[in-house]
Design a protein around this ligand. Sequence first.
Ligand code: SF4
Length: 442
Amino acid sequence: MTDTRTETTDITRRQFLGSAALFGGTAAGLVSGRASDLPAECAPNAYQLADSTNMLHTVCLQCNTGCGIRVKLQDGVAVKIEGSPYSPWTLVPPIDYRTPLADAALVEGALCPKGQAGVQTAYDPYRIVKVLKRAGPRGANEWTAIPFEQAVREIVDGGTLFRNVKGKETRRVTGLRELWALKDAKLAAEMSTAVEEIRTQKSAREKQEAVEAFKARFKDHLHLLIDPEHPDLGPKNNQVSFVWDRLKGGRAEFIKRFISESFGSINAHGHTTVCQGSLYFTGEAMSDQFVEGRLTGGKKFYWQADTANVEFLLAIGSSYIEGGYGPTHHARKLMGNLVEDKVKIAVVDPRFSKIAAKAWMWVPAKPGTEAALALGMIRWIIDEQRYDRKFLSAANKAGAKAVGEQSWTNAAWLVKEDGSFLRASEAGVGQKETRTTADGKK
Ligand code: SF4
């Protein structure tokens, strides 16, 4: 982002509020002025931490919410982290992305305590900032610090890297240079296709014959494979594996580019947690469309509850104040509406969480009984007819349009014991439907 330091002729409401937050009551005189009209001792640049050249705009990685942050530097040292005013996660609404940095410097976004504690994480005296090489047997917790250049050299070239470790003096480690065996992308694609042909064979004898045919066809390149008798293991390149936990914001893409697209290993594997998976897959199911007789095409995305406009929030096992992607933007929206009595919150959680403390009702259900609770709620809603009949009647986009709804739901669809939806013909209330798919199949 370029700091153009544009002179603005009119101070915006946000700039005024930002200035007010920074300078307290003395900012009242700014109403009709410009940032550059400030008295010299109050001018933004006079205070190091209000000078945009001492600010880094980046992303918080203290949790997976990934809030936009601004790190304030004093003499090159990070001393304060606050929410970026450009980020919808930390300021609602955010300032215009085109706002010059010098003007934005006077506006602060919100940040959760964990995000603010990023300074401690960055300067944690126990943080490992050097490459540590094992100096003893595995598990002995014996290490030696080595220069970064040495680490790169040893990882790339390999060799007898543990000559100082008893019993490992002659152990030879294979380096990346040697493992980068198959470099011809065309050959790699041909081998991959041939391996698929082996996989499609049914019997063990047919598979063995396919392996022999593979070996004969690629006889000049078998030394590039991990095991020529098992071509499905792929080239030696696959012996390099990068397994990561949560890498967002483009970092996973860089790793895939290096490990897979450049180095040629198939083993670039991301990993995530059950909670994130449930968010993804729920979002995917929510956005599925009914196409050619089945629900499909949903997007795994960070679908979020509309906490700014919700009137009744039922939080089951999640706490929008302590977490839930994340406290920065959900908590502030909910808190404002709670104070104004615009939202009612019910919390199902065995813990008396922070959001439970603010809730209209706390249901400390025992872990594992949530499904029974949900079924009980459904029973009550049906018995008391407390459902929205018009909305439930909209089973698809066309149905929603017909009844004037913005969206639709499959909540009223009946599900068979095998998990598939009951069709009208099976219930005896309609003809069996035959559709022609896009490729002409019935
Ligand atoms: S919710 Fe807090 S810890 Fe998580 S990314 Fe945002 S500021 Fe950082």
